[in-house]
Write a protein that binds this ligand. Structure first.
Ligand code: PEP
Ligand code: MG
Length: 589
């Protein structure tokens, strides 16, 4: 048994066998395959070789006209792939050493690359690049097969990977995948948010866990404390089974809250909205007690698609969301693509993918403003759907007032086009902004007259305030919503909005973290948009406190200098209100 510590990003406990997924851009660890699976592994290798050969031949045929003699390079690759010497070594490794096809290719090709690199003749040294290229191609097919297999798993499993992109996470078979554990990632990386939305336990930032695991090993994913227990002993299993039962009992008490209003003890109603990535999450969100959708992350339609979604497909997705909400409000956020949310189907993202600082680069509203056809297509789809129910538009990552004005101008252009075509839409559709950049939080007063509402996106606001990449596990301890500077910014935004009677909500992960509920109410927030599984616990806290008590707490927090002091105080206060709030959850700072 071995216990590894990572970052808890989605609560709960799961005990299952793992499926380990390698990554093309990471060293492939030596992993063993059970003897009974060796034939299957050899077939995987042959399939990947056949697929690679087909691909290279196709490229050669397509480029021979334009590249002429240079296309011979592909013939050399085909010859290499058909050369039995190296590949037989790989097959022998699988047969004799029981390693995965991935490791066999990684190891044998690395040896060959080393041999070429040590040659004194330059043309021979250059061949190392060809071998590397071929190795990546074959590994790409092997890892691609493994990823495709994830969509038809036969038994409940835990996925262990170096990292999962949001699009990979979005396309997982949710009925079979019971937990996620990754080497990389931070508490608000998009993969973490998706795992939370799926309601499955997840631990990220485990650093080298993929090197230490073979598919088939049993693990416990403890999403409460951020632990991964590899090959647990009988005593540990018993403890965790008991914890599963305790948590199920606590969940049952929360379900009873569903029909009750989110109202504080002194009678203040709090609007609890939900964050979703796909319209089919709405039923669950309503079941958990949401009264509407405060953040619909529309980019996931792109991330999960095989081709770029058309206007009609987007329109249909929005209509599905509106219909499911039966008159409840829906805030559609325009495409927040770029940085870690790269959709391979979108040509607009090709440039963005190669940026040096993608989180500071052409992402989100910036990407839309530089790709007007992409932006206008979405705005048309939203406007067309706006006749079907109460819809709001929300622009993400606004960083200065000109950007908001430009986005609104484009929206007006799209409205004019629709008018010309006599297509109906809600002319008074509210247009708000996410506040997730410190420049806008500091200038909130300026924005109140030009936005119909604010929604504070703390996931990004934190990373831009404290200069910590939200997805980087190495600096995850520096990423904290409890940082006094972050709290100060939230306070300023809420104060500016409340003074102007402008609706303001908060839709970052902080809204669903029980330790922050009292503070956010104390800072003046009366609307929160939350990942659905977290709604019941937040509601329970709301119903157990008074606004005056929360304001007192917020005043006290204003006197603290560090995130550690803030967090320790907040957790202590929440535990006084509902002692079960952190039952089983990590209380370490
Ligand atoms: C945020 O940044 O807080 C937010 C809600 O948006 P996302 O997590 O999609 O970046
Ligand atoms: Mg954001």
């Amino acid at each position: 048994m071995q216990i590894k510590r990572g970052i808890p990003v989605s609560p709960g406990v799961a005990i299952h066998r793992v499926v380990v997924l390698d990554a093309e851009d990471q060293p492939i660890p030596r992993r063993v395959v059970p003897a009974a699976m060796l034939d299957h592994e050899l077939k995987r290798l042959d399939d990947a070789l056949a697929e690679s050969t087909r691909e290279i031949e196709q490229m050669r045929d397509q480029t021979v006209a334009s590249l002429g003699k240079l296309a011979d390079i592909f013939s050399a690759h085909v010859a290499m792939i058909n050369d039995p010497t190296v590949l037989n070594q790989a097959r022998e490794m699988i047969r004799n050493e029981h390693v995965t096809a991935e490791f066999a290719i990684y190891h044998t090709f690395n040896r060959l690359i080393g041999q070429f690199r040590s040659q004194s003749i330059k043309s021979m040294r250059d061949r190392a690049t060809d071998v590397l290229d071929l190795q990546r191609r074959i590994l790409g097919h092997l890892i691609g097969q493994a990823r495709a297999d994830l969509s038809h798993l036969t038994q409940p499993s835990v996925i262990v990977a170096h990292d999962l992109t949001p699009s990979q996470t979005a396309s997982l078979d949710k009925s079979k995948i019971k937990a996620i554990a990754t080497d990389a990632g931070g508490s608000t990386s998009h993969t973490a948010i998706l795992a939370h939305a799926l309601g499955i336990p997840a631990v990220v930032g485990l650093e080298d866990v993929t090197d230490q695991l073979n598919s088939g090993v049993t693990v416990i994913v403890d999403g409460n404390r951020g632990l991964l227990v590899i090959d647990p002993d009988a005593e540990m299993l018993m403890e965790y089974r008991a914890e599963e039962r305790r948590m199920a009992a606590f969940e049952d008490t929360l379900i009873e809250l569903k029909q009750l209003p989110a109202r504080t003890r002194d009678g203040q109603n709090i609007e609890l909205l939900a964050n979703i990535e796909f319209p089919d999450e709405i039923a669950d969100a309503l079941g958990k007690g949401a009264v509407g959708i405060g953040l619909y992350r529309t980019e996931f339609l792109y991330l999960a698609a095989e081709t770029e979604p058309t206007e009609q497909q987007q329109y249909e997705a929005y209509c599905q969301a509106i219909t499911s909400l039966k008159g409840r409000p829906l805030t559609i956020r325009t495409l927040d693509l770029g940085a870690d949310k790269l959709a391979p189907v979108s040509p607009a993202l090709i440039y963005s993918a190669s940026e040096r600082n993608p989180f500071l680069g052409c992402r989100s509203i910036r990407l839309c403003l530089q790709n007007l056809p992409l932006f206008k297509t979405q705005l048309r789809a939203i406007l067309r759907a706006s006749t079907e129910g109460p819809v709001k538009i929300m622009f993400p990552l606004i960083s200065n007032i000109m950007e908001l004005r430009q986005a609104k101008m484009i929206l007006s252009d799209v409205m004019e086009d629709l008018d010309e075509q006599e297509i109906k839409f809600d002319r008074d559709i509210p247009v708000g902004i996410m506040i997730e950049v410190p420049s806008v939080a500091l200038q909130a007063k300026v924005f109140v007259s030009e936005a119909a509402f604010f929604s504070i996106g703390t996931n990004d606001l934190i990373q831009y305030t404290v200069a910590v990449d939200r997805g980087n596990e190495r600096i995850a301890s520096l990423y904290s919503g409890a940082h006094p500077a972050v709290i100060q910014l939230i306070k300023e935004v809420v104060r500016a909005a409340n003074k102007a009677h402008l609706p303001v909500s908060l839709c970052g992960e902080m809204a669903g973290s029980p330790e922050f509920t009292m503070l956010l109410l104390g800072l003046g927030l009366r609307s929160l948009s939350i990942t659905p599984p977290a709604i019941p616990e937040v509601k329970k806290i709301i119903r157990s406190v008074s606004i005056e008590q929360c304001q007192r707490l917020a005043r006290k927090v204003a006197g603290f200098d560090s995130d550690r002091e803030v967090l320790s105080y907040l957790r202590g206060e929440v535990r006084k209100v509902i002692p079960e709030a952190f039952d089983g959850r990590s209380l370490e700072l």
